[in-house]
Design a protein around this ligand. Structure first.
Ligand SMILES: [Fe+2]
Ligand SMILES: [Fe+2]
Length: 318
């Protein structure tokens, strides 16, 4: 039997994609597909891990024991999401160490949303409702991503994200049913998080150069603008139930175009934050770097324990 030629391998890959079958770690894949996935999955993992910080900020100050328990569980879920995703990226041949280095040396990107501060308790509600809500819109289609380990990780993550979104909605609902000051706090927080949450879907379709290839590879299933529209459609009736106002005076359903009409998104802000000049970028990376350095002894102890265990097993086998 002769080894398959590069053309045969490419044909086999193309056929799998065309048939909506999954690509698995041992399958042959084009180098560009592997690289794209490593970039996307590791950025996604970093976002989950960095995303623990804005909410971790409130764990010690949550207004009741029940709120504290829920918030802790939510932040732990995000750590779990980061771990599934790092594992999925590792199946493509990058090490966890390398991904961590890229992050703490400031070479990796992560979602721009986590570079905003969380000064009020209402931010825990707005993050759950808007940020986890946007994450769900983005991630549900990723459950069908062509790369098996990524798609499977997303299935579990999405189940937890819907819990996150509801807990955020419930925090805001409680505040909106509270005092005048609580209602004002909820509205002020929604005002701050609304636009950055719309930016989470990425630049407009005509400025998103990698989208076409990702769509052809069936990693991406909907365009940035389609997902943003879907998200707005989800928010509008929920905002009504909450009694909050979405801070866009131009927002309306355009009957003729069958889409939401919105004000212009401030893409300059988006590009500034992505470039590392958002309000919290430096703090987020510094915290992550400190946590990594302070955790060195745990990694050393785990490695020493594993070495000892394997020495015992080898001895027993001899
Ligand atoms: Fe998450
Ligand atoms: Fe979440």
């Amino acid at each position: 039997m002769t080894a398959p030629t590069p053309t045969e391998l490419q044909d086999e890959f193309d056929a799998l994609i065309a048939a909506d079958q999954r690509i698995e770690p041992r399958d042959w894949m084009p180098e560009a597909y592997r690289k794209t996935l490593i970039r996307q999955i590791s950025q996604h993992a970093h976002s989950e891990i960095i995303g623990m910080q804005p909410e971790g900020n409130w764990i010690t100050r949550a207004p009741s024991l029940a709120r504290k328990a829920i918030l802790m569980a939510k932040v732990q879920d995000e750590a779990g999401h980061g771990l599934y995703l790092y594992s999925a990226a590792q199946t493509l041949g990058i090490t966890r160490d390398e991904m961590t280095r890229q992050l703490i040396e400031g070479r990796a990107k992560y979602s721009s949303i986590f570079n905003y501060p969380t000064p009020t308790w209402a931010d825990m509600g707005a993050i759950g409702w808007l940020v986890d809500g946007a994450a769900i819109c983005n991630q549900v289609p990723l459950c069908r991503a062509s790369y098996g380990p990524y798609g499977r990780a997303m299935v579990r993550i999405c189940k937890e994200e819907s819990f996150h979104q509801r807990q955020g909605f419930e925090i805001l609902l409680t505040l909106m049913r509270g005092t005048e000051a609580q209602r004002a706090m909820a509205q002020e927080s929604v005002d701050r998080w609304y636009w950055p949450s719309l930016m989470m879907f990425g630049p407009p379709d005509d400025q998103s150069p990698n989208s076409a290839q990702s769509t052809a590879w069936k990693i991406k299933r909907f365009s940035n603008d389609e997902l943003r529209q879907r998200f707005i459609g989800m928010l509008v009736p929920q905002a009504e139930v909450l009694g909050v106002t979405l801070p866009d005076p131009e927002l309306r359903w355009d009957e003729k175009e069958e889409r939401w009409h919105t004000s212009e998104i401030d893409w300059t802000e988006f590009h500034e934050v992505i470039a590392g000049r958002g309000p919290m970028n430096a703090v987020r990376i510094q915290n992550r770097r400190d946590a990594h350095e302070q955790g060195a002894w745990v990694r050393e102890a785990a490695a020493a324990y594993a070495a000892k265990k394997s020495a015992v097993t080898t001895e027993a086998a001899a």
